[in-house]
Structures are given as C-alpha cells and as structure tokens.
Design a protein around this ligand. Structure first.
Ligand code: PLP
Length: 374
C-alpha cells in the first residue's frame, strides 16, 4: 500500500476565494488596477486598526519598499536577527545599507533586546524584529530601545499575521510593518505582501515608490526613482476572501498547536519556542531536538521523508551564508542562532491536518529520534 504523503504546508480555501478570483478574472481587471486591491488594503488596515495598508507583489519587496520609503540608504545600519528568512537582511542590502546580524534569545528564538544593544552604533537607523514562526518578538523592550535611540522599527510580520504581544496585534508596534502572503503563510494571495503604517507621510511615500515614483496627481511624471511593486487585482481578490477567513484559519492552527504540544512537549529531547506575553499564531510548528548537530537533524528530516512526512529545517543563520561573511555584518556573538539552527525542525502545519495525522507525525518523529545518534 502506498504511504500517505503529508506536506509541510498547503493553502486552505474554504470561503469566497474561487468566487472573487473568478470575478476579478471575468472583470478583465487582471493587472494592478481593480476594485479588489483597495478593498483588500482597506480590510487589512481595519483588521489591524491602522490608517494605511499598501499592497505589494510579495513580502520581500514589502520590506524593501518600507526601508526605501523610510530613507534607509548607503552608510546606514539596520539591526536584524541572524535567525530569520534571508529576505529580512537582503532587503536592507537592496538599499545599499548594512544589516547588522544580531543574536536571538534562546527562549523565544527572536531577536534578543540585549543583543540589539550590543549591535547599536552611531550609524544605526532602524531595527527589524521578526516574529519567527508566528511567535512575537519582545516588542515592549524593542520599542523602548528604539525610542531611547531614536530608531525606526519595521516589524517583519511575514509569518505572524494575527499574532499578539501583550494583547496587541503584531504589526501595530513598529513605524511600518510588513507581511507576506506566500502560499504557505497564514493567508495567501499566491505571492503577495503588504506594508501597514499609521504615518501619513510614510504611506504616501510607499504609494509613490510602489508605482515607479510616479507623481500621484500627474500621470507619467516621475518624482523619484521608484519600482513596480504593485499587487494584481487577482492576487487581491484571493486576499479579500482569505482575510474573511482569518479568524477561522488561526483558530484551526491553534488547535493543531495544542495537539502537537500534547504529543511532544513533555518529551525530554524536545524544546519548544517559549510563549510568554505572546499569542502565537503557529505559522509552522517548530521545535528543537536537544543536542542535535546539523547532520543529525538533517538525518531526522530524511527519515521522516521516508515515512511520507515532509518536514523542513529551521532557517540557517544568515551569518553562515557566503555573501554575509564580511565582518561588517556582525558585531556581537551569534551563539544562540547557531545552536537553535542546528537543533530546529518544522513539522507539517496547515489547516486540514487531522489529529490522526499529528499523532502519526509525532510518533514518527520520536521513532526517528531513537534511530539518530546525537
Ligand atoms: C520572516 C520572513 N520575512 C520575509 C519573507 C519574504 O516574503 P515573500 O516570500 O512573500 O517574499 C518571508 C517569507 O517566507 C519570511 O518568512
């Protein structure tokens, strides 16, 4: 009998997705003009209780657009976590500025406020905290540091739509916050992204730069060097339908989180991300296999694959990448990001995964652990 294949992630379309996408298609407005774009932006801003939302073609360029609108440029430094998806740091380099790779906390795996203090210099202009795997960073302390040093905060919420810190939604702490709607995210538009802000001037600047720098009142007159970072009406149609479902999608992810925790959290070889003042949205159920090396962890991933289970490694620290080897990118020690990266593995997490699936994945993981010598 063929073994069941369990994907690491898959999108969930339970509402008006098909209807709205077909409507956008039938309307003929398939590019970046169309009513769904404004509807999506308005609904997304309302969901966060902020004034402005600017939709983009993906989450990476949302980060670049935010940094460019904030005037980050050559000679500036931006503090980013060492343990994150590469786009967080790359977007800083797209502005010719220097990302300073900063260690994470061993508990919540997010950028460490103490390490941020060590990364500061007279050139620091901004901090990009990332809410890794849907678990909010220590926004209270991060905003305090930013205020003390007059720094901009751009939250990377790519993985954390709907998460909360101290009862307040992630994305509502920073000056600008950026989201991703890639196919494996909390909601998807295929590819897609969004920047949100309460700052009128930053919003206006993002709208300008998103559309080639074209003057918003004078067509084909360009005020500045901009980009084509627009979202299409078809993407936005999918986004409107997905956002209608967001509470259900997050509740379903919560249930998956609880079932995984019941099965795995008490195992002595397993460590989970700490949740303190945070409401985690369980983007991807990720855990540490205590004491693992990269090779051991990768063997576990290979064994799970043989059992039909798709898993994936935690992000490798950005400081390990060849094009980040220059000493200018680091200031403090990066012990925690390396240790967590060696031990970290993400398990299948998507709406539709059953308790039976989770039971099978968990018992398979424990079996694999017994086979892999640490
Ligand atoms: C933390 C983080 N930042 C940025 C991005 C970039 O988003 P996108 O893939 O939509 O470009 C991702 C996407 O996976 C991410 O996980």
């Amino acid at each position: 009998m063929a073994i069941k294949q369990i994907n690491i992630a898959q999108p969930t379309f339970l509402g008006n997705e098909r209807k709205y996408v077909l409507d956008a298609f039938d309307s003929g407005w398939v590019s970046s003009i169309g009513r769904y774009i404004e509807t999506f932006e308005k609904a997304f801003a309302a969901y966060h209780g902020v004034k402005h939302a600017v939709a983009t073609h993906n989450g990476t360029i949302a980060l670049h657009l935010a940094l460019a609108a904030a005037g980050i440029e050559e000679g500036d430094e931006v503090i980013v976590p060492d343990l994150t998806f590469i786009a967080t740091a790359n977007s800083v380099r797209y502005c010719q500025a220097t990302p300073i790779l900063t260690d994470v906390s061993p508990g919540d795996w997010n950028i460490s406020p103490d390490a941020i203090r060590q990364s500061l210099s007279s050139r620091t202009k901004a901090i990009i905290p990332v809410h890794l795997y849907g678990n909010p960073a220590a926004m209270g302390e991060i905003m305090k540091i930013a205020k003390q040093h007059n720094l901009l905060v751009i939250e990377d919420c790519a993985e954390a739509l709907g998460a909360e810190y101290n009862g307040k939604k992630t994305g509502t702490f920073g000056h600008i916050s950026c989201f991703s709607f890639f196919g494996n995210k909390i909601i998807t538009t295929g590819e897609g992204g969004m920047c949100i802000t309460n700052d009128d001037a930053l919003a206006e600047r993002m709208l300008l730069l998103r559309d080639h720098g074209m003057n918003r009142a004078k067509k084909y007159w360009y005020d500045d060097l901009g980009f084509n970072y627009r979202m299409t009406n078809i993407q936005a149609a999918l986004g409107v339908a997905q956002l209608e479902q967001v509470d259900n999608l997050i509740a379903a992810r919560d249930a998956i989180y609880r079932t995984y925790c019941q099965a795995l959290s008490h195992h002595p070889g397993i460590n989970l991300q700490e949740v303190n003042k945070q409401r985690n949205v369980n983007w991807m159920f990720t855990l540490r296999l205590t004491g693992m090396t990269f090779d051991g962890r990768n063997e576990v991933i290979a064994l799970l694959k043989e059992a039909g289970i798709d898993s994936r490694p935690i992000f490798y620290p950005i400081s390990m990448m060849s094009f980040y080897q220059d000493l200018k990118f680091t200031r403090g020690e990066l012990h925690n990001s390396l240790k967590i990266a060696q031990e970290g593995i993400s398990l299948p997490t998507y709406v539709g995964l059953t308790d039976t699936d989770i039971g099978f994945i968990s018992s398979s993981l424990l079996e694999c652990l017994n086979k892999v010598i640490v």
